[in-house]
Design a binder for this molecule. Structure first.
Ligand SMILES: Nc1nc2c(ncn2[C@@H]2O[C@H](COP(=O)(O)OP(=O)(O)OP(=O)(O)O)[C@@H](O)[C@H]2O)c(=O)[nH]1
Ligand SMILES: [Mg+2]
Length: 709
């Protein structure tokens, strides 16, 4: 009779090995115990006599998975086969949900088999169990012995209802698990029927499939490891003397029930203590994990640590951490034991299961339910990836979904359960907090370094600006000096011609009727000084150009012939007076030159004028125009050469400074302001060009104005 245990959310199903004495029942149970995952079973409880013959019963509890959220536990019992223990057998058989009848194949045991079968029927009926409907399978055991009955004979004698029957060798385990799988399957089908679970063809198929999957590791991989004799069995004090008088049936029944209850309690205690052990381990793991997480500053390290901890403490083979990078969609951050997270992998046109779970925000346990009328998309995704069960726990910190932890356990291990779910939820929550902290820390770091680099950049900019201000200041100071120098020079230069003019005009006034030659002498003086004044005014205009520097020249193609004419024409008179010849040479195919024509003509005129003034009578000033290539780009060179005294080597570099005047005076007696060459240089440089002075052999100076085109 199926027992529901609501406190532990457990369903207990009772299967009994029945059969004649020494047929091999206990040996079968030992085999099942031996090949079962330790996670799924309790110890094997045996209440034996000293000779190891079953006195009361043997008991093994197996956890088979879940059904309707309940843990499904199968309790396997054997009865004592010896004839005199019938009261015990009857008591153990009470509430059985299925029976495996273990027959002895030896010919001399045929009668014992028959009697035991009849005895089974009797005891079932005594317990109110219908032998016709009770799930039952047969084992024809000891098929390894030489002397044995044929299967056909055994079938005829023992299996009139044609129940499933299996030839077995219990000592080696051959066939034992097949028989066990068959009784489990039919017992569960009958259980489902009695529970009112949907028993349409599909649901039953699914149940069979689930049962087989649950038993798969037992059936396909019987572990030949520990020898049967090594298994620890509990042998209580010998409770009665086998040869003595039998106790009354009632007394025996009471004793058996008491023993059953105690053994069941023992099994339950074992389960509870195992669960407690696990809880302690889990709490310690959580504490360690929490402590370690708080020291993590790198978000990626937090996630890696979560995966390591999950694998170690949940005993899973696959796991993944999916994170929400921003837009709400999950993305794999860490995977372990899987190529892609099975719950994130989508089928065509479907939303990933992981997205659904994250959106719902509730942790989920995905494990096959033996009821299994329908299979969820989540279960399908898990099974498709070769796992049996999974847990998905959202990672939430400060009410914000940060990600999802998923863990997967392979088939053949006991499926993940509610305890695992609980642990995964705590790990995910702890990791979420650590992850959020690490993210915040990183943001802080980033904004701090951002701020630092901005400060560095602004400081650099300030320094550059400051340098520029200093440079401009120096330039202004220079200009200021030029201006004051200019003013003082103009003032002193003006004194002489103005004084001469005043004197000459005064003299003319005094001697109104002076002889004509005297009058013309005074007029000459007046004319000469007026010319000097005009020249001074010219220089002031040029000086204004020096002070007004910074204005970019307006460069455009200008006619070369006009430029040269504008340069030379105003100097013709001077040259004639000084008896200096001006020669102009330019290539016939050069018609234009890119420049600010007016500025360049002024500059060139200053250079040519300077040359004329330093050239003795009979000498020559030559203006030569040439094309040139500098650094692969076209330039124009305007060379002005004279046959004067030239300049000393140390004077060459200073001659283009403002107000510089050489030792060798100009012809004509007067000294200028000393700006001609300085202005020329400045004009050329503003064009991006260069003015250079060189000595000529045997005598003379050559000024070269080079301009990029
Ligand atoms: N050769 C052989 N010996 C077997 C086999 N199964 C069991 N035995 C042996 O038979 C003897 C009895 O086996 P048990 O498993 O104790 O039999 P049982 O049915 O539990 O007997 P009771 O508890 O007395 O009812 C033991 O010595 C086993 O080693 C088998 O398949 N082949
Ligand atoms: Mg036994």
């Amino acid at each position: 009779m199926v027992q529901f245990d609501n406190q532990y959310r457990q369903i207990k199903v009772k299967i009994v090995y029945y059969g004649p004495a020494l047929g091999g029942k206990t040996t079968c149970l030992k085999h099942v115990h031996r090949v079962t995952d330790p996670q799924r079973r309790t110890r094997l409880y045996s209440l034996n006599t000293a000779s190891d013959r079953t006195l009361f019963f043997d008991l093994l509890s197996l956890n088979l998975g879940r059904i309707r959220g309940y843990r499904l536990t199968i309790q396997l019992y054997t009865v004592p086969g010896q004839v005199q223990y019938n009261a015990t057998r009857r008591a153990v058989l009470a509430g059985a949900d299925g029976v495996i009848f273990v027959a002895d194949s030896q010919p001399d045991q045929l009668e014992a088999n028959r009697q035991s079968a009849a005895n089974l029927r009797e005891n079932l009926e005594a317990n109110g169990i219908d032998p016709q409907t009770l799930p039952l399978v047969l084992q024809y055991n000891k098929r390894d012995l030489a002397d044995q009955l044929s299967i056909a004979d055994l079938e005829t004698a023992l299996n009139p209802e044609a129940r499933p029957a299996f030839p077995t060798i219990a000592i080696s385990g051959d066939g034992v698990m097949d028989a066990f799988a068959a009784i489990t399957e039919s017992t569960l089908v009958s259980l489902a029927d009695r529970l009112g679970i949907d028993t349409t063809g599909h649901a039953i198929d699914r149940l069979r499939q689930q049962t087989r999957a649950a038993l798969e590791p037992f059936v396909s991989a019987p572990d030949p490891g520990a020898a049967i004799d090594d298994i620890e069995v509990t042998t209580p004090d010998r409770p009665s003397d086998e040869t003595g008088p039998l106790p009354a049936d009632v007394l025996v029944g009471e004793a058996v029930r008491a023993n059953l209850a105690m053994t069941d309690l023992g099994a339950r205690l074992e389960t509870v203590s195992r669960q407690l052990d696990r809880k302690v381990r889990v709490i310690r793991a959580i504490a360690d994990f929490g402590r370690a997480i708080t020291h993590q500053r790198d978000p990626a390290d937090v996630l890696r640590m979560l995966v390591r901890t999950a694998v170690a403490h949940l005993g899973v083979q696959g796991t993944a951490v999916l994170i929400v990078p921003g837009a709400g969609e999950l993305r794999e951050a860490v995977v372990h034991g899987v190529e892609r997270d099975p719950l994130l992998a989508t089928r065509a046109g479907e939303r990933a299961v992981a997205q659904e779970i994250a959106a719902a925000g509730e942790p989920v346990l995905i494990a096959a339910d033996l009821e299994g009328a329908t299979v969820s998309a989540a279960q399908l995704a898990v099974e498709d990836s070769g796992f049996s069960s999974a847990v998905a726990a959202p990672m939430v910190a400060n009410d914000r979904l940060l990600g999802l932890l998923t863990v997967y356990r392979v088939r053949g291990r006991s499926p993940l359960d509610d305890d695992d779910l609980e642990l995964a939820v705590i790990l995910a929550a702890t990791a979420a907090m650590g992850y959020a902290n690490a993210l915040a820390f990183r943001q802080l770091e980033e904004s701090r370094t951002g701020l630092e680099s901005t400060v560095v950049q602004r400081t650099d900019e300030l320094r550059t600006t400051l340098d520029e201000v200093r440079r401009l200041n120096r330039e202004l100071e220079g200009l200021d000096r030029v201006k004051s120098e200019l003013i003082s020079r103009i003032a002193s230069q003006l004194k002489t011609p103005v004084a001469s003019l005043v004197t000459a005009v005064g003299a003319l006034d005094r001697v109104r009727d002076a002889p004509p030659d005297t009058t013309s002498r005074f007029l000459d003086i007046i004319r000469g000084e007026a010319a000097t004044l005009a020249e001074l005014i010219d220089s002031v205009a040029q000086a204004a150009a020096v002070v007004g520097q910074g204005r970019a020249p307006e460069v455009r193609p200008a006619g070369l012939a006009e430029l040269l004419r504008a340069t030379v024409a105003p100097l013709r008179d001077l040259a004639r007076r000084f008896e200096v010849e001006i020669k102009v040479l330019s290539p016939s195919d050069l018609t234009t030159i890119s420049c600010d024509a007016e500025a360049l003509a002024t500059a060139l005129r200053a250079v040519v004028k300077n040359a004329i003034e330093h050239t003795p009578a009979g000498g020559e000033v030559r203006i030569e125009v040439r094309r040139a290539m500098r650094a692969g780009r076209p330039w124009i060179e305007l060379k002005v050469s004279d046959t004067g005294a030239g300049l000393a080597a140390d004077e060459l570099s200073r001659a283009t400074e403002p107000f510089w005047q050489g030792a060798a005076g100009k012809r004509g007696g007067h000294r200028g302001i000393g700006l001609g060459l300085a202005i020329a240089r400045q004009t050329v440089e503003r064009h991006g060009g260069r003015l250079t002075l060189a000595r000529r052999e045997p005598a003379g100076l050559q000024a070269s104005l080079a301009l990029p085109q």
